[in-house]
Design a protein around this ligand. Sequence first.
Ligand code: MOS
Length: 773
Amino acid sequence: MSDTVGKPIDRVDGRLKVTGGAKYSAEFDIKNMLYGVAVTSNVTKGRIKNINTSIAEKSPGVVGVMTYKNSMQLHSPSSSDPGGGKFAEKDLMPLQNDRIFYDGQIIAVVMAETFEQAEHAATLVKVDYQTEDPIFDLEKNIEKAYKPASASTGSETQVSRGNADDALKTASLKVEQTYTTPVYHHNAMEPHATIALWQGETVMFYDSTQSVAGTKSLMSSMLGVPKEKVRVISYFIGGGFGSKGFSWPNTVLTAMAAKLVNRPVKLVLSRQQMFTTAGRRSQTIQKVSLGADQSGKLSAIKHDNTVESSFVDEFVETAGVATSMIYSSPNVDVSHKLVRLNKVTPCPMRAPGEAPGMYALEVAMDELAYQSKIDPVQLRLVNYAEEEEQKHKKFSSKYLRDCYQKGADLIGWSKRNQQPASMKEGKYLVGYGMATATYPANRSASSAKAVLFADGHAEIMCATQDIGTGTYTIMTQTAADALGLPIEKVIVKLGDSEFPKGANSGGSQVTASVGPAIRAASLGAISKLVTMAVADPKSPLHGQKEVDVTSQNGRIFLAAKPDQGESYTQILSRNNLQKIEAQAITKVSTRQQTEANPAAGGTPEKEIEDESKTNQAVQLDEKLDRKPFSFHSFGAHFVKVLVDPDLGTVRVDKAVAVMDIGTVMNEKTAKNQIMGGMIFGIGMALMEETNYDPNRGRPVTKDLANYLVPVNADMPDFQVEFINKADNIISPIGARGIGEIGITGITAAVNNAIYHATGKRIRELPVTPDKLL
Ligand code: MOS
């Protein structure tokens, strides 16, 4: 039945996107709509002594100015709904009082007839502050670090086995180094954008969000409006990378503003505001200690992380999250400590934890390789983890050895001379580096609906969303194969909270969570059709056993006798039915679903649950006991860099990634995803960094002119390959998510290549030219 899955088909929404036909949240034209502009604090800590809005209110076109004095009262978001989305800063409900916890905190929203009028009036809001001394420097406040009990991502923060300290004392080879990463900002191309529209007690949102279902639930509890009266739409999203996973003040403020002036309001954050009020990745200070014998076999791994949170919520960048599972070692100790700072709360950013953490661990492994004079690939093979040693579980599937082998062949690893600074091309120093990539394979509860129409086309509905990753496309492929229809006959509808609840676009979980639900709903619709046909005296399949009937190309027929059958259209028309539909929910979860871990999933929809009990695909899927397994994807990055010895500039010349991600759903979108992650990781290695004013703790890199991201001219020759072996344990579609794994390890591979080229080990990211001279 697998006809289109795997094929590198173009994005089904590609034409809409390149022609401007795809409507993003800010692009809906709502009658009578006002433009909102946020006013932000320009002090880092304190109180608003006085906020004077009278001049702004008199400015042309202004309809209202909302501050903590006239805004509606919000409810603290309910924590009892596991599918409820998460408000990013639980102790800072927007515009509820006069307190300031960080620079850039939203303190007012101006509403006007035009955007320009609102933007001008926002400059006329006068604020007197009573300032207090802020704390904003992680290194200077390290003594304030404390151990958090848990991480909101559901990852454990303190993990150990054996006794790493003792083992380190007796190890014959040792690496003990500190690695640092700066603050990063997501910088999705589309800013955070919301339109809110009240109709009586009902509120409707167009919101750029990684979770329409979560945002619906969250807005319901914060605004005190019943869930069935909240609708969230997000048809197209210009990237999120984690910054639109939790909800930031802009979304709820738009609804509050619309309520205040009784008109629809649109609020779009400026690029500058995205640096202060919509999350970031925490700075990290990571101490990694490795102990090994002369053969390179690890006896101890220790990974102590100090990261930051804010004063209004606790978020842990779990940089040590992969450390206990990636290599075999009897003794492991991973810890995380937090320092609270007067800055916006950090949040998940592409591979939260693994992106900075695998950088530090994989550079430390490289240091061990040079110290022990063992080839870096060989060192990884010596320490290959055959099982998940921390949890004593088998991996659902793992082909990491194949990734190393294939990657090494593709980059020409055997040509490399391990001696640092020994290879040249013209005036450039040449370096080769490699590192391991890994990310958990998450799956959570998801539901979907499939509708087969008498005209021969089908529609799929699911309240998940496509954040730019290709979800529309691969779900169309998944449904087409399950329905036995060509992809042109299948329309996948996502991004509307009215549809059956699907997974959040976070934690690389959509493909493995939503795919099986869409497949089951599609198979459920076909099965209803078969039941109808075998009972229908006018059908050529009348009286046949259902199990003997199969489907393809819009027909159901006897598997053993393909000529005996009829088209979907024939059965439905003869029975005077315009359509037949089925719903399914699959409740498999590969990770702990907790209150604090909304990313883990969705709550089952009641009516679907009943139907799912009789759905064979759901039954088979849920019957498999997954408890003995640990679910992860793996990969290997190999890069070649050219370093200019006079200027200290680094050019990544070639980057090879070989990924073991289960079944590849679409070779084209999959390569795009991995390449996107690699570009992100090259940015981390060489240029990305948010700088703060050392006197006041305000970000000074607040636009894409100062916050450097890699551009086309910085790009290497990419080669992305897949092992493409199905993971039959995670789900019947065999695929694991790939949104995040691409960024993991690549930063270390670049760093290791720079060391190979120059003999200089730079442990403080980014590796800018000044550090190499
Ligand atoms: Mo992802 S950083 O879990 O949206």
